[in-house]
Design a protein around this ligand. Structure first.
Ligand SMILES: Nc1nc2c(ncn2[C@@H]2O[C@H](COP(=O)(O)OP(=O)(O)OP(=O)(O)O)[C@@H](O)[C@H]2O)c(=O)[nH]1
Ligand SMILES: [Mg+2]
Length: 603
């Protein structure tokens, strides 16, 4: 059968998943009038809530008699490693670029990977329905990017499609149509058919699927030969081992689902059931002539966090899984499918060092665990420093900020304070486009400050660039925090009295414990306060209704915002019901003693 394998790649939010949905619709995977709702492809709960793709996904449609396998990829930079891997299944890519924003840091990263694999991208300038969009300028910028990434003559000659995935049209010019068929035609015309290599079976496992009935499913493209149901195969692993096993079931992708088949020939993407203890990167090979495909390199982690059992006074009240055994087993299980994640034992039996690709990568894991019923304590995210030629190096990132011109001064101040250096400043319509080189440390906590000082107008994106020498101390949070003195329920009376001292993270009537962070101090320095005092009873009834709380609503922070908020001596208690900020040392006297001895050591 005639086949095309394509991956859709882009910066976060440039419209990949929306386009995949439209491809499914246009090729009538759905019955007429079937209610499908928005973005069926982002099917995981967390994906829907956040409106982002976390896991890459395979679909398959038939267009003009040709089977088109499409891989939707995540655009967030924390998941870049996943994109790099699934590109191994593709013979072509659609590079989507937002017609207003133009190429962004992740556009560069994914394009670089695609070009390096020798793929010939089709450029899709998407979102041309946006007011003030600049499709021609963006096209030029994309060309420049190809050029800077050393694209070959042929790659530079990329076809361009314009359109709006949201409005369901694509065209070879900027003229609106009522369908996406010009894009589908471009795929048939420009994406080569997969190379069919003759010889004994070879298939590399490049991604992983899971079904509660079938267990772990290995997904990849058959590179050579034919894979058959019940076939004896050799599983060749990175450590050089060769395990004999049998293929139980085989599937190919069809629409959004899978279809059971008895064999799959080279060129098609397939899902294999019945393999035990396989890893991504393993080669499924002919049992008689086992030959491994080159090992897939996995991105090194750039960030670490300490995951411990919950040791707060509220331990065990809200979760099902609370012991270090539970925690350890769960983290180890995660490393089987979450390739960029590493877990190591720490000095204590109750906590583990978890290494990942960034705040979002680790945040998604914590959120998933919390939903499964885990309680845990997590420490401040740390970037991973390296010793290179005897000197301390740290990760640096490219930071891109687009902001209305009137706020650009504030943005530059903010980034410079955090040791960022400005590389580019350009005008894009009414916006200023700024690019910086900044240590990853300086990015932690930057987003919320940036949004506050630009009235929410700044759009920022960053991506790991390289390790460079350590840049020295970077100022942490400006404000101190208010800590609860007591373990009790907060009262409206107390919170009300403390309103001018800080902005609260807790509501009146909420259980708090001594050492818990209950508010942000309006000034630097921490303060221990009593927020649980009952109202003094007097003989007189006070005039007016002072029972009604005048307290400002509490500040609600997401898990990731909390992760970026806490400092070295603080941590986060995560349970299925709550996220609480706290000091690592809850007892006030102990805390003072430790900080005194720390400052003596430093002196
Ligand atoms: N105006 C406009 N908005 C669009 C268009 N295509 C997508 N969007 C919107 O852009 C947002 C992101 O779209 P997605 O399809 O989720 O983007 P994505 O590239 O899959 O994002 P990630 O998977 O997180 O990298 C959504 O709010 C879409 O409705 C378009 O053509 N025009
Ligand atoms: Mg998506």
């Amino acid at each position: 059968m005639n086949i095309r394998n394509i991956a859709i790649i882009a910066h976060v939010d440039h419209g990949k998943t929306t386009l995949v949905d439209k491809i499914l619709h246009a090729t009538q995977v759905f019955r007429e009038n079937q209610e499908t709702g928005e973005l069926i492809m982002d099917s995981n709960d967390l994906e829907r809530e956040r409106g982002i793709t976390i896991f890459s996904k395979n679909i398959s449609v038939t267009y003009k008699g040709v089977k088109v396998n499409v891989i939707d990829t995540p655009g967030h930079s924390d998941f870049g490693g996943e994109v790099e891997r699934v590109l191994k299944m593709a013979d072509g890519v659609l590079l989507l670029v937002d017609a207003f924003e133009g190429p962004m840091p992740q556009t560069r990263f994914v394009l670089q990977k695609a070009l390096a694999l020798g793929l010939h991208p089709i450029v899709v300038i998407n979102k041309v329905d946006k007011p003030n969009c600049r499709p021609d300028e963006v096209h030029d910028a994309v060309f420049e990017l190809f050029f800077n990434l050393d694209a070959t003559e042929e790659q530079l000659n990329f076809p361009t499609i314009y359109g709006s995935s949201k409005n369901g049209w694509m065209n070879t010019t900027i003229t609106e149509t009522d369908n996406i068929f010009p894009l589908m035609d471009a795929i048939l015309e420009h994406v080569p058919e997969p190379k069919v290599n003759e010889g004994p079976l070879q298939m590399q496992i490049t991604s992983l699927d899971y079904s509660s009935f079938l267990g772990r499913i290995a997904v990849g493209k058959v590179a050579r030969g034919t894979i058959k149901e019940n076939q004896q195969i050799a599983l060749l692993q990175a450590d050089g081992s060769n395990k004999k096993m049998k293929i139980k079931e085989l599937y190919v992708f069809e629409g959004m689902g899978k279809k059971k088949v008895t064999e799959v020939v080279a060129g098609d993407i397939c899902a294999v059931v019945g393999l035990e203890n396989f890893n991504i990167g393993d080669t499924i090979a002919d049992a008689e002539n086992p030959e491994a495909l080159p090992i897939i390199s996995v991105d090194e982690p750039t960030m670490s966090m300490l995951f411990g059992i919950n040791n707060s006074p509220f331990f065990g009240k809200e979760g099902k899984f609370v012991t270090s055994r539970h925690l350890r087993d769960r983290l180890m299980k995660e490393t089987e499918k979450n390739l960029a994640l590493k877990v190591e034992d720490s000095d204590s039996a109750d906590s583990f060092n978890v290494y990942g690709r960034g705040i979002l990568h680790l945040g998604i894991l914590i959120e998933t665990m919390r939903r499964e019923g885990f309680e845990l304590t997590i420490g401040q995210p740390q970037v991973l420093v390296k010793e290179i030629n005897g000197t301390k190096h740290e990760p640096y990132e490219v930071l891109v900020v687009d902001v209305p011109a009137e706020y650009s001064g504030k943005v530059i101040d903010l980034v410079t304070q955090r040791k960022g250096e400005m590389l580019v400043m350009e005008t894009k319509g009414e916006m200023q486009h700024l690019e910086f080189d900044i240590p990853s440390r300086g990015l932690i906590g930057l987003r919320s400050n940036m949004l506050t000082s630009t009235a929410g107008e700044a759009v920022m994106a960053h991506r790991f660039h390289e390790y460079k020498p350590w840049k020295g101390p970077i100022p942490g949070r400006n404000n101190g925090v208010l800590l609860s003195k007591t373990t009790e329920k907060t009262t409206a009376y107390s919170i009300d009295k403390l309103q001018d001292r800080g902005r609260f993270f807790v509501d009146p009537g909420q259980d708090v414990y001594a050492g818990q962070i209950i508010a942000e101090h309006i000034k630097p320095g921490d303060l221990v306060v009593n927020a649980t005092e009952p109202k003094k009873l007097t003989n007189h009834r006070a005039s007016g209704s002072d029972d009604a709380s005048k307290a400002a609503p509490k500040i609600q922070m997401s898990l990731e915002e909390c992760m970026e908020y806490i400092q070295q001596d603080e941590c986060i208690e995560v349970t299925p019901k709550s996220i609480r900020l706290r000091k690592v040392i809850l007892n006030e006297d102990d805390r003072k003693r430790v900080s005194k001895s720390m400052s003596q050591q430093l002196a």
